[in-house]
Design a protein around this ligand. Structure first.
Ligand SMILES: Nc1ncnc2c1ncn2[C@@H]1O[C@H](COP(=O)(O)OP(=O)(O)OP(=O)(O)O)[C@@H](O)[C@H]1O
Ligand SMILES: [Mg+2]
Length: 142
């Protein structure tokens, strides 16, 4: 029963308070530990989720996250109604960043988040419409 959802959780991703940045990713990391998922798989899922969560905050202005755990995989989705990504291929290139001065002061903006998600996930899709928003979907096999 590969497609039975064993666990599902939704998160509101707010861009208001830096102390809460990354909270959803930390929460899922704990859940995967409790489920006995192997450490390397947890690391890949947590890194991928963290990068997408931070992008939702610093580029998307906040949004929502949703995580589904199935017997063989975890699916992570982030949606925002921010500016969107005009050229996804360009955004995927290591070093490309449009991070604001404020985001850079917080240590973001190396342009390595999306390449990092690609490296650490098994499936990764970005749907984006300039002016409307962005949806990122990540799958990591357990
Ligand atoms: N949710 C999003 N909404 C709008 N633009 C985005 C979003 N996610 C990524 N981008 C665009 O893709 C670029 C590359 O993202 P990436 O995560 O690789 O780097 P970064 O966030 O700029 O820096 P880093 O992740 O290294 O701190 C961003 O600078 C931004 O232009
Ligand atoms: Mg990033």
């Amino acid at each position: 029963m590969e497609d039975t959802v064993l666990f599902r959780k939704q998160y509101v991703i707010s861009a208001d308070d830096p102390l809460t940045f990354g909270e959803a990713s930390s929460d899922i990391k704990k859940t995967l530990k409790q489920l006995g998922v192997p450490p390397d798989v947890i690391r890949r899922a947590a890194v991928s989720m963290y990068e997408a969560e931070i992008n939702t905050i610093i580029h998307g202005g906040g949004g929502e996250g949703e995580v589904f755990i199935y017997a063989g995989r975890v699916k992570i989705v982030f949606r925002d109604q921010g500016p969107g990504i005009p050229d996804i291929e360009k955004a995927m290139q290591p070093g490309f960043s449009t991070a604001s001065e404020k985001a850079r002061e917080m240590g973001f903006g190396a342009g390595l988040g999306l390449p990092n998600i690609k490296k650490n996930s098994d499936e990764f899709t970005i749907e984006s419409e300039p002016g409307k928003g962005t949806t990122v979907t990540i799958i990591v096999r357990l």
